[in-house]
Design a protein. Structure first.
Length: 394
């Protein structure tokens, strides 16, 4: 049925052909009027008028059904149906009861062409007109039962088919939209993850390159160690990028703490970080929550190293009980300037989105002696938590 395009205009030659064939198939039920014209014993003039009336009816019916969905005005459709109903009544009253079958086509055309809110009134109205004509035409009462039910069922079945096709089309469009949104979300995740990974790694490479350049004239051995560290960071960055591309990277807080220690030390910043006993509260924590905190720590440390000019950075990770349930709280505080102060950058904006997808929150701003970032996530996975974290930018 969907290939026929009931309720929809044909968009190419093949659809026009299929719709024309499908519409023409149902004209087989006009065999009763045709038989009446051929074997009814009518005069030549009546036969000519009968064939002319039948041809006009079929042409008008075909045009009405075939044009369904082309945006024709409702008044034009109602006028066409009125013409078809008048033709049906006139032919049935003048030529005989066999022509009552035309009312079935009027009912079907009502279901095919009219809006649903109007079709549910027009179809019963056509059936009432069919009943009145059948009671008036000689011998029409015997045809009434055999035509009334097909007229009702055919008209309402057509409205049902139209709505089914429109619903199917809407579902296909919705599915395409969902697929597009999923693709956009994945591209956004990948872009943010790469931004985070490369921003952190390149910042560390830049710091160690500067150190190696200062050490090179007088301390070649120390410079060589810095170059070796640069190679190691570069290799790890390549591994991280590959994992991010494949979508399997989920950073762990313990690993990010080790990376933060290296980055802060290389920048000449005194680091006070949690130890293994301090991370005991992570036991049994949802992977999504820990991953979100790990990304928050990476973003915060990258900003401290690149923008703050701080001499000291303190990181705390504690488990707290709130009215909404247990939460993990990550606090990163430094004694620097807090950056340019031009407002939240892409990194904090993306980090906020990442934490919100994990059911958490982010607070960041200047304090009396520097800059403070607080990231909170539920210690237990929220029902609405997404399957993949969304990346942030530096």
């Amino acid at each position: 049925m969907s290939s026929v395009g009931i309720g929809q205009p044909p968009r190419n030659h093949r659809q026009r052909l299929v719709k024309a064939v499908w519409t023409g198939i149902w004209l087989v039920y006009l065999s009763a009027p045709v038989s009446d014209l051929v074997h009814g014993g009518h005069s030549t003039g009546v036969v000519v008028l009968g064939w002319s009336g039948l041809a006009v009816f079929v042409g008008w019916y075909g045009a009405l059904v075939f044009r369904t969905g082309r945006g024709d005005s409702t008044s034009w459709i109602l006028g066409s149906l009125a013409v078809l109903a008048a033709q049906s009544g006139l032919l049935a009253l003048t030529l005989g009861r066999e022509w009552l079958v035309l009312f079935v086509y009027v009912s079907i055309a009502s279901g095919a062409a009219l809006p649903l809110r109007m079709a549910r009134w027009a179809i019963p109205a056509v059936c009432v007109l069919l009943t009145a004509t059948a009671l008036t035409a000689p011998g029409g009462r015997s045809y009434l039962a055999g035509l009334l039910i097909p007229a009702l069922l055919g008209g309402f079945a057509m409205t049902g088919v139209r709505e089914l096709i429109r619903t199917t089309i809407a579902l296909r469009e919705a599915r395409a939209t969902v697929a597009q949104l999923a693709a956009n979300e994945e591209r956004l995740r990948l872009a943010r993850d790469l931004h985070d990974l490369l921003g952190h790694s390149l910042s560390l490479i830049t710091l160690k390159s500067e150190l190696a350049g200062r050490m090179l004239p007088d301390r070649p051995e120390d410079a060589a160690q810095q170059v070796a560290d640069i190679e190691q960071v570069s290799r790890q960055a390549l591994v991280d990028v590959r994992e991010a591309v494949t979508g399997y990277r989920r950073p762990r807080l313990s690993g990010e703490l080790a990376g933060a220690q290296v980055a802060l030390t290389a920048a000449g910043i005194t680091a006070e970080l949690p130890t293994e006993p301090d991370l005991a509260g992570l036991a049994g924590v949802a992977e999504e929550s820990e991953s979100a905190l790990a990304w928050a720590l990476r973003e915060a440390v990258t900003n401290v190293v690149r923008h703050s000019g701080a001499r000291r950075c303190v990181v705390e990770c504690v488990r707290r009980q709130t009215l909404d349930g247990p939460v993990l709280e990550l606090v990163v505080e430094d004694d620097g300037s807090g950056g340019s102060g031009a407002g939240p950058g892409n990194g904090l904006t993306g980090l906020t989105e990442r934490l919100e997808k994990a059911g958490g929150t982010l607070e960041a701003g200047r304090v009396r002696r520097g800059f403070r970032l607080v990231a909170r996530v539920p210690a237990e996975a929220p029902p609405e938590a997404a399957g993949h974290p969304v990346g942030s930018g530096a």
